[in-house]
Every structure is written in structure tokens, then in C-alpha cells.
Unconditional design. Sequence first.
Length: 329
Amino acid sequence: MNELIKKLVEAYGPSGFEDQVRELIRPEVEPFADELSVDALGNLTAFKKGDGSGLRVMIAAHMDEIGVMVSHIMDNGFLRFTNIGGVSPHTLMGGRVQFADGMIGTIYSEKRESGKVAGLDKHFIDVGATSRDDCPVQVGDAAGFLRPFLVQGSRLTAKSMDDRIGCVVAIETLKRLSNSPHDVYFVFSVQEEVGTRGAQTAAQHLNPDVGIALDVTLTGDLPDETNMAVSLGKGAAIKVKDSGMISHAGLVRLMRQRAQEAGIAHQMEVLTGGTTDARPMQIANAGCAAGCISIPCRYVHTQSETVDANDVEACIQLLGEILAKPIDL
């Protein structure tokens, strides 16, 4: 599975530019799906037909990652940029970004006051150009962060675990799902980081009875003992609430029950900031029972997002248990 993770997390795919990621996922799911489709926004949907006795279930994992977009090219060839999604200035200094054509740039900032972090408007990208005329990048070009996949025991670190690791959970679950009573739509969504847009259009179209997002969540196991009851290595996180939605109570109970019955390590999650593709699924059309299986992740929205392989496996097993059996809410 690490080979698949490496391939996806190192791929280029900021919000709105997910094509390369989609083309990596397509051959992974095609042999196991009854039907593949790509909608106008770019969502890839792998449909697995059930036996006719169950529900319409939508599984959403987003392909996009945070990044930057060139907004201005200076006379001396440096690039000003704006953010794509939740990019923090605290994580940028000296970091590298990669454009769709492979061009690499380094981020730095103007002279800073001691002890203060400059805002995004004071940062720039150096791609080796000496003037606007010889700059190989254009206004509107997008870049993702550049950092290799790192394995340290069961700990896996990369620049876009959010949410390529959710895509891995979806892919591996589909591969292992031999039979299901449900018609299951595995949606690899676009533009989550800029407003859960892909999942919104997909949910409007698919009109599911049940929607389950697969995404990373924060942890509270850092030295500052953050007020969060989720830790790396303690299993799949079953979301109860985040800042954008409250999970369907019956679905939360079902997830917990399936985990307990199968002996799958799990923990309960309340996230005070941020949301997932579960939110647009929950309120699409007349609404659906929505929730989220979260992969615990340290350092979210940095270039070193870190998950635990055992938690990833727990998420795959839990989703498989849910999809393989009737869902009675």
C-alpha cells in the first residue's frame, strides 16, 4: 500500500488542477468498478453495484491539495502569489513549490520584523528568472508544495496526506469489497480545500441516502497537549461534529457498533475548526444521513502531514464493515 500512497501524495494537484491525480487513481479503481465517470467539475466516480436490497451510499475523498497561484510577476522575475486553500505563512519560508510542468520555485519573504511572521503578501517565489521577460511562469499558474514521501516505522509523512490518504482508503476499500447490499459511489472529489465544491455537485447529482466522507483530522497528542481527543496510532476517528456539520447520530452509532463488533481500533472525534465533504452531502437536495471516518493526522496543511499506517488500515476495515452489511439507521 505504501507504493500507492507514495504515488498519490507526491503527485501535483492543487484545487482546480486535479487532473494528474485523477489519472493516477483511474487505473487503480477501474478493474473493481462497474462504471466509471467524470463530471463537468472533474470529480471521478467509481460505481460499485449492490445486490439491490440496500441504499445509495456516497463515499467522498478529495483529490485536491492546498497550494498557491501566481498573481503578479515582478520586473526582477520574482513571483507574487495568492493562496489556494488554507495556506499559512508560518509554513512557507524556504519551502519549495512545483508547477504543473515540473518547474520548481523557492518561497521566501521580504525583510521581517524580529519575531514576526510576514503575511502572504510579503512572500515571493524564486524560479531562477532574472526579469519578467525570461520568467517561465505565467500569472494564473498554480503550484503545489514539493516534499518527498517519508516512512518512519508505521508513521508516514508527506505534503498532501490531506486528502490523498483518504483517496487511498477509498481505493483499498473498493478493491476489497467483494459484495455489498448497497449501490456504492466512490467519489474522488475536486476543490474541497476551497469550499467542498466537488462533493456538492456530486451529491446533488447522486442524491445518496447515506454519505460518508474520508478525510484527515487534527490530533491532540502534541507536546502542547492540544484540547483534542484524537491521537496517532489509536485507530480510525469517528466524527461526531466539526465546525461545518453534526454527523447523523444513527450513522455515528452504526460506525461505533461495527468497529466494536469487528475489533477495529477507533476513537471519537470532535473537531472545533474545519469541515469535510460530509457537509455538502448532508444538505444536498432533501438531505442525507452523513458522517465521516477520519484519519488522524499531525501537522495538517503543512508540507509534513503525518499519519500512522495502522490508523489507515483501521479506516479501511471500518468502511468495509459498514458497506458489506445492511445499514439500518
